[in-house]
Ligand binder design. Structure first.
Ligand code: FAD
Length: 465
């Protein structure tokens, strides 16, 4: 038998939810222990957000180096060293995961390697290879994240890969089939297409990137077409046959069956929460039929001293949502009266061009009967966008008509992922279209597009008639 180790707050899982919660709880005076069975940083840093963005940016540079003759740049013999790209990507990941370790230690958080399992409402057992240790706690924050879903007919293997497999290929595929046209499929499909892979995306719904407006996804589709990516919508993937050196993927579209050969098939059709091997039943923590833990506005489960955050609770499966919830849960545990408010949570796709949305869309506002004034301004009328040769896209600002309050916005175009922050801030701070219009934006910048969109909402744009 072992002696239990006592702690105030135990955090299970060190992804963007868990490590942020641990740091904030420590800052607020708690003695914190964080348990991680894999690598610090979770999915996001190791096999999600960061490595995917590294591959996307490398692929974009390669593509631009080869295809910039329209602005007078003709490069010869541009070559790709794919293993060097992978090496660089791993370096980026390692820098960040090492950084997380430093931050946890700097905040005096105890890091424990192992897999946690609930024994009762005040203790977990942590197993690591041959050793086991019990930890008792006053409060717990569960942040165990999610894993890829497997679909019938597509058992993961060397050539039937999930997003993790697609991020870690050591050779560039000649042909890649992507099952699922959500953001992960589109991002990775675009990256490989830029590197020169022949990519086919098979999507079950009638549009890729469901959830984003058609005006936005149309820009991405046009661009994918330019890159010779075939996008098959309303199609259902049936199964895969593995050959000696590849795969044959069968899918059905318009009542007909088709087969495509490829080197790999990437299946990215959703993720399921890691809540099945935690001993939640030992404590009686309520989980819904999708495996998500039920929580209130303070991220508290039905057991008052146990909280849950990130991909294992309802809402978008995004890193910044997990981190935001981590801060709230840590504050609540430390006696603050914080609660969640999701209106200002942005959603971003790192496609070409990038898409981003925060708060209300035009459609949602109308559905809720909110009287709105919309300001839309195109990239093509902005000097910086022209000078960047990036004229695809627009900013759309959704404001409440009665008082001009900014309640939402969408950006499609270069740097949309960064530009959306200003609109998020406006929502969070309760600003109006006039506040944005009166903010002096440097010239020439893409930020001016947002300023002009605010002017459009007010009916007084300068650079458009
Ligand atoms: P996770 O990051 O999944 O971390 C959970 C951790 O808990 C893991 O490290 C796991 O090992 C550990 N764990 C699980 N069970 C136990 C246990 N019993 N004991 C101890 N440890 C345990 N989101 C964005 O916002 N932007 C993006 O650009 C983006 N890109 C993505 C690209 C890809 C390819 C993928 C797959 C995801 C992407 N995401 C992105 C989503 C993002 O990665 C997740 O939303 C985020 O990682 C969720 O954070 P989390 O803390 O809830 O869980």
């Amino acid at each position: 038998g072992d002696f239990p180790i006592e702690t105030d707050t135990i955090v299970i899982g060190a992804g963007p939810g868990g490590y942020v919660a641990a740091i904030r709880a420590a800052q607020l005076g708690q003695k914190v222990t964080i348990v991680e069975k894999g690598n610090l940083g979770g999915v996001c840093l190791n096999v999600g957000c960061i490595p995917s963005k590294a591959l996307i940016s490398a692929s974009h540079r390669y593509d631009e180096a080869k295809n910039s003759s329209d602005i007078g740049i003709n490069a010869e013999n541009v070559t790709l060293d794919f293993s060097k790209v992978q090496e660089w990507k791993s370096g980026v990941v390692n820098k960040l995961t090492g950084g997380v370790e430093g931050l946890l230690k700097g905040n005096k958080v105890d890091i424990v390697q192992g897999e946690a399992y609930f024994v009762d409402e005040n203790s977990v057992r942590v197993m690591d290879d041959n050793s086991a240790q019990t930890y008792t706690f006053k409060n717990a924050i569960i942040a165990t994240g999610s894993r890829p879903v497997e679909i019938p007919g597509f058992t993961y293997s060397k050539r039937v890969i999930d997003s993790t497999g697609a991020l870690n290929l050591d050779e560039l595929p000649k042909k890649l089939v992507v099952v699922g046209g959500g953001y992960i499929g589109v991002e990775l499909g675009t990256a490989y297409a830029n590197f020169g892979t022949e990519v086919t995306i098979i999507e079950g719904m009638k549009e890729i990137l469901g959830g984003f407006e058609k005006q936005m996804t149309a820009l991405v589709k046009r661009n994918l077409k330019k890159k010779n990516v075939s996008v098959v919508t309303n199609a259902s993937a049936k199964g895969v046959e593995e050959t000696d050196d590849g795969v044959k993927v069968t899918y059905e579209a318009k009542g007909e069956e088709h087969t495509i050969e490829a080197d790999y098939v990437l299946v990215t059709v959703g993720r399921k929460p890691n809540t099945d091997e935690l001993g939640l039943e030992q404590v009686g923590i309520k989980v819904n039929d999708q495996g998500l833990i039920e929580v209130d506005k303070q991220l508290r489960t039905n057991i008052p001293n146990i909280f849950a955050i990130g991909d294992i609770v309802d809402g978008p499966k995004l890193a910044h949502k997990a981190s935001y919830e981590g801060k709230i849960a840590a504050e609540v545990i430390s006696g603050h009266s914080s609660e969640i408010d999701y209106l200002g949570i942005p959603a971003v796709v790192f496609s070409e061009p990038e898409l981003a949305s925060v708060g209300y869309t035009e459609k949602q506002a109308k559905e809720e009967g909110i009287d709105i004034a919309v300001g839309r301004f195109p990239f093509a009328a902005n000097g910086r966008a022209l000078a960047l040769n990036a004229t695809d896209g627009f900013v759309k600002l959704i404001t409440r008509k009665e008082d001009g309050l900014v309640i939402g916005g969408q950006v499609a175009g270069a740097s949309a992922s960064d530009m959306i922050a200003e609109i998020g801030l406006a929502i969070e701070a309760g600003m109006t279209a006039e506040d944005i219009a009166m903010t002096i934006h440097a010239h020439p910048t893409l930020g001016e597009i947002t300023m002009e969109a605010a002017e459009v909402a007010l009916g007084t744009p300068i650079h458009i008639v």
